[in-house]
Design a protein around this ligand. Structure first.
Ligand code: VG1
Ligand code: CO
Length: 543
């Protein structure tokens, strides 16, 4: 087996976004494209000779092919060992756990997460560092810089490794270990939650439905919910990972998980419903006849986490992304723990978790997680909910009503305008940024503007600054409208508008969200002229 040095030329478009490099499959299929990016990652790292690299993905189209490339390039670049999930499968949280427990140098996670899969859809590569979390910005910036000057990559001339047989093979000096992708992760879950109490609740007639959306969580959910917790066969829907996710869009929201939603709103709905996304790091929670917004879910999980054995000692702090509602802030205040507000994307939570400053983190985009790994974790969130329900002996709707009666309610919605021409989206944001200074003190449909800014974050652990993380318009009554462009799309631009209004415990807690937010939705339109810039008179998706 010989190491080949292959001449290549830079691609101009390999800048990692919110969560790694995401492109259409056909972009990744260009000669040298994946290899260039992987070599740019390796060239940006120091000291991995002889160390372990974890590789796995969500099973989408191109997963196996890119894994074979990564393995041969890892061998040619001097890694000592590659750990890969059987069949090339590793959910994002399971990959994070495997990196941590194996003492790996880092890992490559192959996924485009909630984006669709298949030959005409999306693929992605993300590098995670030794703490198990997404590489911080200084690393992704270095990877991007390297991708613009790269002129060769190193790859071993070797046959494909059998990804389906558990065990160790050797590729030159490097060991390749194919591991069970599920067992260690399921054990970790069992160590955090009261499985006996959840199992007894299910044996007592509590019913649940979990939609894996034909994506990576199928094997994990089947092992955990059906085998270890005793839920009947069929509890896990769409439980086989498919390369094209069965033509579905594996984004667990009210549009793409509509089958589950309809089931949860039916007269004979199960007690609890949940779904996860392509790579298993997101969660959608729907109680019987009761949808829970992700921001509320974060708040409820934080307020009740001490009921689960893994969090009995309480929380050190709570972190949320800036666009996530302030519901968790009220919980932090009551618990007397700090609340951190970070930019969008899980990579900003890693330092806080490593420093022991936060225990639970969450994003409005259906991501919740804790210091057990360094990624958000869909099944973890579902299990924490089940543990809380078992401990409180209350259903989801009652828990939500009790929570709002204590803390008040943050009415919340996100409006996405998808597939906008990029120059139109950039122009909208530029116009908005241009008028920030003039907004405070003015009034519009949403009320009087208190302040308006472009969110910047200074990491409290290392002082690094991230600017231009989203435009915020804050109203005197505490309501907010936030605008930012997505960093995970692969076609045109997506404008995200986040709308929030707080009503205290004495106020009307039972409004329809659309009614509660109507004046703010109108204000967003007035201030940003969304229809004018985009030509769209309504959002593509409301979550
Ligand atoms: C979106 C979400 C963000 C999330 C990211 C990755 O990013 O808004 O909260 O962390 O996806 O999630 P953006 O830039 O498109 O708004 V996943 O499940 O794709 O790893
Ligand atoms: Co995801």
């Amino acid at each position: 087996m010989t190491i080949q040095t292959v001449a290549t030329r830079p691609f101009p478009d390999q800048k990692p976004g919110t969560s790694g490099l995401r492109k259409k499959v056909r972009v990744f299929q260009q000669p040298h494209y994946a290899e260039n990016f992987v070599q740019s990652v390796f060239d940006s790292l120091d000291g991995f000779a002889g160390q372990t690299l974890v590789v796995g993905g969500d099973g989408r189209y191109l997963n196996r092919e890119v894994i074979q490339i990564v393995i041969r390039m890892a061998a040619a670049n001097g890694f000592g060992r590659v750990l890969v999930g059987q069949g090339g499968i590793l959910s994002t949280p399971a990959a994070s756990h495997l990196i941590r427990r194996s003492g790996a140098f880092g890992g490559l996670i192959l996924s485009a997460s909630h984006n669709p899969g298949g030959p005409d859809e999306d693929f992605g590569i993300k590098y995670n560092i030794g703490n198990g979390g997404p590489a911080p910005e200084k690393v992704t910036d270095a990877i991007h810089a390297r991708s613009l000057s790269i002129d060769s990559y190193r790859i071993l001339d070797a046959a494909d490794v059998d990804l389906d047989a558990i065990g160790v093979t050797h590729l030159g000096d490097m060991a390749v270990e194919v591991v069970d992708p599920v067992a260690a992760y399921a054990d970790l879950m069992e160590s955090l939650f009261d499985f006996a109490a959840i199992r007894a609740m299910i044996a007592g007639g509590f019913t649940l439905a979990f939609d894996s959306m034909s994506a990576v969580t199928g094997p994990y959910a089947t092992e955990i919910f059906e085998r270890r917790l005793g839920a009947p066969a069929g509890t896990v829907m769409n439980g086989t990972p498919l390369p094209d996710f069965g033509h579905h869009h594996p984004d667990p929201n009210l549009v793409h998980a509509k089958v589950l939603y309809d089931r949860m709103m039916a007269a004979d709905a199960p007690d609890f419903g949940a779904a996860s996304d392509g790579d298993g790091d997101r969660n959608l929670i729907i109680g019987r006849h009761c949808y829970v917004t992700p921001s509320d879910s974060l708040a409820v999980l934080a307020a009740n986490a001490h009921l689960a054995p893994g969090y009995a000692a309480g929380l050190k702090g709570i972190a949320r992304s800036m666009p996530t509602s302030g519901a968790a802030d009220r919980v932090a205040e009551k618990l007397g723990v700090p609340l951190y507000e970070t930019p969008t994307g899980w990579k900003f939570f890693g330092n806080l978790l490593d420093a022991g400053m936060a225990t639970i983190c969450g994003e409005e985009s259906a991501g919740t997680g804790s210091d057990h790994v360094r990624e958000k974790d869909g099944i973890w969130a579902v299990l924490l909910w089940l543990n809380i329900i078992a401990a409180r002996k209350q259903g989801v709707a009652d828990i939500m009503a009790g929570h709002w009666a204590t803390y008040g309610r943050n009415y919340y919605a996100r409006h996405d305008y998808e597939a906008i021409a990029k120059d139109r989206a950039d122009a909208l944001m530029a116009a908005l940024r241009g008028k920030l200074g003039t907004l405070p003190g003015t009034a519009n449909s949403g009320g009087t503007v208190q302040s308006a800014d472009d969110f910047a974050y200074t990491d409290p652990t290392d002082g690094s600054v991230s600017s231009h993380q989203g435009v915020r318009i804050l109203f005197v009554d505490g309501s907010r409208v936030v605008f930012r462009l997505s960093g995970t799309g692969t076609e045109g631009a997506t404008l995200r508008v986040y709308i929030e209004r707080y009503v205290g415990p004495e106020g009307d807690l039972a409004m329809a969200t659309g009614d509660a937010l109507a004046p703010l939705i109108a204000a967003a339109q007035e201030v940003a002229d969304i229809a004018g810039f985009t030509g769209m008179d309504r959002p593509s998706v409301i979550t």
